[in-house]
Design a protein around this ligand. Structure first.
Ligand code: ADE
Length: 354
């Protein structure tokens, strides 16, 4: 199976956000990530419901000798959407072409990639909610009837050419399924949400990666890293790598819980896995807005982050961990969030009259 990555320009700004990792190392990070990606279901940890459904879907497509239905995977970044697409391609024995919606700006970008596909191949479009209208309209007949509608000539002399293309499978990935237009959403035969990983699953990811990069790790060490990985295997993998540097240089190359916790403290990843941006977000709401509610635009401006990064990267885990709440009037820090920051709620603070 060949993996052809069409254009990575959009990955750099958005997917690359990561605690303590500067932008210049993002390219290297992506290479590391793809080098440890599992290629089969046995090595793909977690998302068990999805795996079971996929095994059946793949087997049925093989028996019928038909291409797979188009699939949409959604959920927070780093949960393995690209990875599962790679597993599907390798299990079907077909190539996968990987691109992202912001790289498909001009009609010729999407037409070019559709025309380059061979029968049965998989086209993976990341951040598919960001496709523009023109690209979407080119995709509809391509997805439905494997036809490219192309216009030649101008205004009165314009002609529409209907060019057949080989049957392919589109796998779309998005962090914001709600932003997909309904005609596009309706053209996917399978829509699946990827879930955050449990500590046990993340510990398995950590041990697998440690083995691949040839570093010794104890069960307790793996769990310590898992606990601070925000439910996200991509973060777990990055942390294994950072902790393994500490282990190699300072601790004879073994990661145990003491080494893991000490290194992660130095990297300013706290016991919940929150990084400096997450804590700054919670602190801002508590200190400047009395715990909230406050609008996401205000939060983003105050933190000099863009709204998308706040909504799609920072918030999902804070919400799921119960540290933050979303209300119609904006975001609020929960009592659990106050406790995590070590700040007492107004109702818990003693007054002069107590
Ligand atoms: N790396 C990233 N996601 C993974 C997963 N689900 N299983 C194993 N390794 C991974």
């Amino acid at each position: 199976m060949a993996i052809i990555s069409d254009n990575d320009k959009s990955f750099k700004t958005f997917e690359g956000r990561n605690p303590n990792i500067k932008s210049e190392s993002i390219e290297y990070d992506k290479i590391f990530e793809s080098s440890i990606r599992p290629k089969d279901f046995e090595n793909y940890i977690g998302q068990s419901e999805l795996k079971e459904t996929l095994k059946i879907t793949l087997e049925a497509a093989r028996l019928r000798e038909r291409p797979l239905d188009h699939m949409l995977f959604y959920g927070p970044p780093g949960l393995g959407k690209t990875t599962i697409a790679g597993v599907i391609a390798s299990q079907m024995g077909v190539d996968i072409k990987i691109t992202s919606a912001p790289a498909l700006e001009r009609p010729r970008d999407i037409i070019g990639i559709l025309m380059s596909l061979k029968g049965g191949e998989i086209l993976f479009i990341d951040e598919i909610h960001r496709l523009n209208k023109v690209a979407e309209e080119i995709l509809y007949p391509a997805m439905e009837d494997f036809i490219l509608d192309m216009t030649t000539g101008k205004s009165q002399t314009a002609k529409t050419l209907r060019v057949p293309i080989p049957k392919f499978t589109l796998i779309g990935a998005t962090t914001k399924a709600g932003d997909l237009s309904s005609p596009l959403r309706d053209r996917f035969g399978m829509i699946h949400r990827l879930e955050f990983y449990s500590i046990e699953e993340l510990a398995q990811v950590v041990k697998r990666t440690a083995k691949i990069i040839d570093i010794k790790i104890t069960e307790e060490g793996a769990i310590a890293i898992a606990k601070r990985s925000r439910g996200t295997p991509r973060i777990a993998n990055r942390l294994v790598k950072r902790v393994s540097d500490f282990a190699l240089v300072k601790y004879n190359g073994l990661i145990n819980d003491i080494v893991a916790n000490e290194s992660l403290d130095i990297l300013k990843i706290d016991a919940f896995g929150l990084d400096t941006t997450d804590r700054a977000l919670l602190n801002l709401i508590v200190e400047k807005y009395d715990g909230g509610p406050v609008g996401v635009e205000t939060i983003a401006a105050a933190l000099s982050e863009d709204v998308r990064t706040i909504e799609e990267v920072s918030e999902p885990y804070l919400l799921q961990a119960g540290l933050l709440q979303r209300t119609p009037r904006g975001r609020k820090v929960s009592p659990e969030g106050y406790r995590h920051l070590g700040i007492k709620l107004a109702s818990e603070q003693k007054t002069l009259f107590d």
